[in-house]
Design a protein around this ligand. Sequence first.
Ligand code: TYD
Length: 209
Amino acid sequence: MKKNIFIAIEGIDGSGKSTQAKNIAKKLEGDGHKVYLTFEPTDMRIGKMIRSILGGKEKADEKVIAALFVADRLDHLLHETEGILKKIEEGYTVITDRYYFSSYAYHGAHIDMDWVIASNKMAANTLKPTVNIFVDVSPEVAMERINLNRDSVEIYETLDNLKAVQTQYLRAFDKLKEEEHIVAVNGDKTPEKVTEALWEVIQKEIKDF
Ligand code: TYD
């Protein structure tokens, strides 16, 4: 059986990480891996609640949003049939488009990051990614992509917010550099070039696993 790793792809909105996650999934499948591509917020019960808040349909305090993400993430990990743990056990290579570093970056801009990290300890102690890949794009490039590609813009998607989230990502990576494996890839290049760079990282991870 192929070695199955757990990959978390991170980046600010407009970084192109969702496209990259799909490209990488295809490449892994082409290489004979069973792949489970997934994302946060999930499309399960708590994820749906979160999307309704992010879309502006309902209001909630930042602390409540951060706590909902904690619950959604645990559901994502522990769900009996669709959970990441189950998929890993079944031999899937799992790619998640966002994981707990998204929480540190997005909520760390509004509330104490150490609280967010502590609240996510249960997930981190249950399953750490083999590698957290940061698609590192400049906020200006990301904002351009968002304005070009979306019919609706979510509450977090302003240039100031993208810059703030980028800063918080870097702060979180620095805080957790001893206990997490983090690799940054330049996301300003063409999608093909970015996929190539990601593919190199992933092949190395599989080899070393
Ligand atoms: P995103 O990946 O942009 O999903 P979509 O492609 O469907 O828009 O994620 C949605 C938003 O959720 C994004 O702005 C980041 C935010 N988010 C958090 O605030 N905290 C978290 O823990 C996660 C996983 C995402």
